[in-house]
Design a protein around this ligand. Structure first.
Ligand SMILES: CC(C)(COP(=O)(O)OP(=O)(O)OC[C@H]1O[C@@H](n2cnc3c(N)ncnc32)[C@H](O)[C@@H]1OP(=O)(O)O)[C@@H](O)C(=O)NCCC(=O)NCCS
Length: 138
């Protein structure tokens, strides 16, 4: 299964994660995956906080709503595991992901300067985005 995830990751990112790293992550506490044939999301839940470790959709399957559905499914599952908010880091120049997260209700909660190193040597800031889960009515 992690081979399939690694293949998707390699299509989606400049610096892919191999199957061994994905297996190690999946074996660590609080980590779960929601996967589809064309994309997946990896989440870590620690106490009441969830973090999106990665989200990837194959280029051939984009703009069909899969990325948004994966985020939605991850929120439902993280909430069931006790989280009440979710965080992630996204490169400031990642227009597609930023638009997806904005539509999903995430807001900007911080910035990490020069967080991502690009192949051309340039550094890009990461934005920290957060989503507070709606509280169930008492
Ligand atoms: C970001 C990513 C996961 C989006 O996956 P997707 O399946 O194409 O996303 P969706 O079809 O669910 O898009 C949901 C909304 O996000 C926004 N969006 C998605 N891609 C966009 C793009 N290229 N440009 C502008 N807005 C975009 C749109 O508002 C879209 O809704 P719409 O299609 O109804 O307009 C995908 O582009 C990807 O794998 N990118 C490379 C890896 C990456 O950057 N991951 C996130 C790291 S934090």
């Amino acid at each position: 299964m992690t081979e399939a995830l690694a293949a998707i990751h390699a299509e989606a990112f400049e610096t892919p994660w191999d199957a061994a790293s994905l297996s190690a992550l999946l074996a660590s506490p609080g980590v779960f995956v929601v996967a589809d044939a064309d994309g997946f999301i990896l989440i870590r839940v620690v106490a009441d906080e969830a973090e999106i470790l990665t989200l990837a959709v194959r280029p051939s399957a984009r703009r069909g709503g899969l990325g948004a559905r994966l985020v939605e499914a991850a929120v439902v599952r993280a909430a069931a595991l006790g989280a009440d908010r979710m965080f992630l880091e996204v490169a400031e120049d990642n227009v597609a992901a930023r638009a997806l997260y904005a539509r999903a209700g995430f807001h900007e909660a911080g910035r990490r300067r020069g967080y991502y190193a690009r192949a051309n040597g340039r550094r890009e800031d990461a934005l920290v985005l957060a989503l507070n889960f709606p509280r169930p009515l008492p």
